[in-house]
Design a protein. Structure first.
Length: 135
């Protein structure tokens, strides 16, 4: 059950990150002849107080038609990979990977569905429960 709670928390984190990512650069390539800097360019949101950064992220998120978040992090020793897409109306689809276990997620309106691979269900409910689910 802890893994299921962690998965739900990571999905929430992923959706929050999607909102913040909407504040990022537009992804345009540097113009020919310009050199890339050693440090990543920012849009200045990193210099704002937390409340203003959150407000800016929310505003940008609400203006974006879609947002995609891809990345990897380590959270309390767990390797987490996110690949999530969310639309203006909040519908989301994507994949979470937790230490090799894969969870596919789909939300439409207030409904949410997810499916996990064998590793996910075995980690979440045990090998016996997985075997019973598979019949």
């Amino acid at each position: 059950m802890t893994t299921l709670r962690a998965s739900a928390a990571l999905l929430t984190l992923g959706l929050a990150v999607a909102g913040i990512a909407a504040c990022g650069e537009d992804g345009a390539s540097p113009s020919p002849g310009s050199s890339a800097s050693a440090s990543p360019a920012t849009n200045g949101i990193d210099t704002l107080p937390a409340e203003k950064a959150l407000a800016a992220a929310k505003s940008a998120y609400l203006k974006a038609a879609t947002v995609r978040v891809r990345g990897t992090v380590v959270d309390s020793g767990t390797n987490v990979a996110l690949d999530l897409r969310t639309s203006l109306n909040g519908d989301t689809q994507g994949t979470l990977r937790l230490d090799g276990a894969t969870i596919k997620v789909l939300t439409i309106g207030k409904n949410a569905w997810f499916s996990g691979d064998r590793k996910f269900w075995t980690d979440a409910a045990g090998a016996d429960a997985y075997a019973q689910m598979m019949g």
